[in-house]
Design a protein around this ligand. Structure first.
Ligand SMILES: Cc1cc2nc3c(=O)[nH]c(=O)nc-3n(C[C@H](O)[C@H](O)[C@H](O)COP(=O)(O)OP(=O)(O)OC[C@H]3O[C@@H](n4cnc5c(N)ncnc54)[C@H](O)[C@@H]3O)c2cc1C
Ligand SMILES: NC(=O)c1ccc[n+]([C@@H]2O[C@H](COP(=O)([O-])OP(=O)(O)OC[C@H]3O[C@@H](n4cnc5c(N)ncnc54)[C@H](OP(=O)(O)O)[C@@H]3O)[C@@H](O)[C@H]2O)c1
Length: 362
C-alpha cells in the first residue's frame, strides 16, 4: 500500500478514501473498467471479542483445511466472522429457542430476514443468545470462508502501470450498542500499511470499457464511490488523446465535504477533457437533488449526445440509484426523442445490445 488518504473531508458524515496499491514487478496489468478483488483479514479486536463470547483463549488448535491452525489465527484469516452464515443462524435459533429468529427462518421472507440482519453481526447474535454456547470446533464448522470484496479500479493501467488506485467508502456504523466495521473497507483503512502485503486479484470487465472509437461521446453517471471507474476512464481518454466529448454526472451528500477528486475534475474541465460536469449534492438543500434530476434537467443535450453515438455508463449503488437513473434515461429518451414509453424501451434495448448502455453497479 503506497497511498491511503481521505477523499472526503474529516468533517464529512462519510469516510471515503483513495488507495494506491503497488503491482510493480508482478507482471500483472489491468484496463480501465476492471475491478480489483481484495482478500482482507478480520479485525483483531473483533476476533478477540468473539473468542471471549465463545469462552475460548484463541491458542486452541482446531482442524482447519486439514491443517492444525491456532483458532485465533484461523478466525483472523480464514473465516467470515462478521456476517453470520445461514447454518450458524439456524443453530443459534435451534439452541436458543428464540421465537422471533425461529419464525423468521421458517416462515419469514428473505427480505424480512435481511431486515433483521441489517446491522446485526455474528458477535451481536452470540451476545444476544449466550445460551447457544458453542465449542470452538462447533463454531468454526458453522462459519463460511472469508470472501474477497471487489472494488472498481479508479486509475488507468496505461497511465499507472505500476499501481492500482481504489476509491473506497469505509463501512462504519453504530448498532446494537456497539461500533461495527465493514471487514474489507476497514481492513484497507485501518490494518494495512506500507509493509502489509495486500492479497488481491483482478477481475476484468470486458464490456465496461472506454469506447474503442475515440471520437464518440461518453456520458458517465457515478455518484458516491460510483465515480471510481470514471476517473480511470477520463485518464484513459487523456492518454489516448481521444477527441470524443466527456460528460460526468457526479454527486454525493455535501459539496463542502464530499466533492471527491474536486481538484482533478476541475482541472480536467479547465483543460477541456471533461466537456461537462453536472453535480448533484443531495444534502446541501432541503429537498434532495440526485444525479437523475440533473439528467432530466439536461435531457435535450443528453439525448443529443446519445444520437451522436454516445455511450452511457452508470456506476455505484444498484438498489436505488441505478434503478432511478434507468427510469430517468427512459423519460429523457421518450420526451426528447418524442417516443412512446414502449419505443423508448426499444431505444434503450438497442443501446444495451450495442454495448452503449453499460453498468457496473453493486
Ligand atoms: C463490482 C463491484 C465493485 C465495487 N466497487 C466499489 C468501490 O469502488 N468502492 C466501494 O466503496 N465499494 C465498492 N464495492 C462494494 C465492496 O465490494 C464492498 O461491498 C464494500 O466495501 C463493503 O465491504 P466490507 O467488507 O467493508 O463490509 P462487510 O463486512 O461486507 O459489511 C457490509 C454489511 O454491513 C452492514 N451495513 C453496512 N452499512 C450499514 C449501516 N449503515 N447500518 C447497518 N448495517 C450496515 C450490512 O449488513 C452490509 O451488508 C463494489 C462491489 C462490487 C460487487
Ligand atoms: N449494495 C450495497 O450494500 C451498497 C451499494 C452501494 C453503496 N454501499 C455502501 O454505501 C456506502 C457509501 O457508498 P457511496 O459513497 O457509493 O454512495 P452513497 O453514500 O450511498 O450515496 C452517494 C450519493 O447518492 C445519493 N443517493 C441516494 N439515493 C439515491 C438514488 N435513489 N438515486 C441517486 N442518488 C442517490 C446519496 O444521497 P443521500 O444519501 O443524501 O440520499 C448521495 O448523495 C459505502 O459503505 C458502500 O459500501 C453499499
Amino acid at each position: 500500500m503506497l497511498v491511503n488518504r481521505w477523499v472526503t473531508s474529516p468533517s464529512s458524515s462519510k469516510e471515503t478514501r483513495h488507495y494506491e496499491i503497488s503491482i510493480a514487478g508482478s507482471g500483472l496489468s489491468y484496463e480501465a473498467g476492471d475491478a480489483l478483488c481484495v482478500l482482507p483479514t478480520n479485525c483483531p479486536e473483533l476476533v478477540d471479542a468473539i473468542l471471549q463470547a465463545i469462552g475460548c483463549q484463541g491458542d486452541e488448535d482446531e482442524p482447519v483445511s486439514g491443517l492444525l491452525t491456532p483458532l485465533r489465527e484461523a478466525l483472523l484469516t480464514q473465516f467470515e466472522i462478521k456476517a453470520p452464515s445461514k447454518e450458524l443462524l439456524e443453530e443459534i435459533a435451534r439452541r436458543s429457542g428464540d421465537q422471533e429468529l425461529n419464525g423468521l427462518l421458517s416462515a419469514g421472507t428473505k427480505e424480512q430476514l435481511g431486515d433483521y440482519l441489517w446491522g446485526r453481526d455474528t458477535l451481536d447474535l452470540l451476545l444476544q443468545f449466550p445460551q447457544a454456547d458453542f465449542s470452538a470446533a462447533e463454531f468454526i464448522s458453522l462459519l463460511k470462508p472469508l470472501q474477497h470484496r471487489a472494488y472498481s479500479i479508479s486509475s488507468s493501467g496505461k497511465v499507472y502501470p505500476d499501481t492500482v488506485h481504489l476509491t473506497v467508502a469505509s463501512v462504519r456504523y453504530e448498532a446494537h450498542g456497539r461500533q461495527h466495521k465493514g471487514v474489507c473497507s476497514t481492513f484497507l483503512a485501518d490494518l494495512v500499511n506500507e509493509n502489509t502485503p495486500v492479497r488481491c486479484f483482478f477481475t476484468p470487465n470486458k464490456v465496461f470499457r472506454v469506447p474503442e472509437d475515440n471520437s464518440l461521446p461518453m456520458i458517465m453517471v457515478g455518484p458516491g464511490t460510483g465515480v471510481a471507474p470514471f476517473r480511470a476512464f477520463l485518464q484513459e481518454r487523456q492518454y489516448r488523446q481521444a477527441t470524443g466529448k466527456n460528460w460526468l454526472f457526479f454527486g454525493d451528500r455535501n459539496a463542502a465535504t464530499d466533492f471527491m477528486y474536486r481538484e482533478e475534475l476541475e482541472a480536467m474541465q479547465a483543460s477541456g477533457l471533461l466537456t461537462r460536469l453536472d453535480l448533484a449534492f443531495s444534502r446541501d438543500q432541503e429537498a434532495k437533488i440526485y444525479v437523475q434530476d440533473k439528467m432530466i434537467e439536461q435531457g435535450a443535450q443528453l439525448f443529443a449526445w446519445l444520437e451522436e453515438g454516445g455511450y452511457f455508463f452508470v456506476c455505484g449503488d444498484a438498489y436505488r440509484m441505478a434503478k432511478d437513473v434507468d427510469k430517468a434515461l427512459h423519460d429523457v429518451i421518450a420526451e426528447h426523442g418524442k417516443l412512446s414509453a414502449a419505443q423508448a424501451g426499444e431505444y434503450i434495448n438497442q443501446l444495451k445490445k450495442d454495448k452503449r448502455y453499460v453498468r457496473d453497479v453493486y
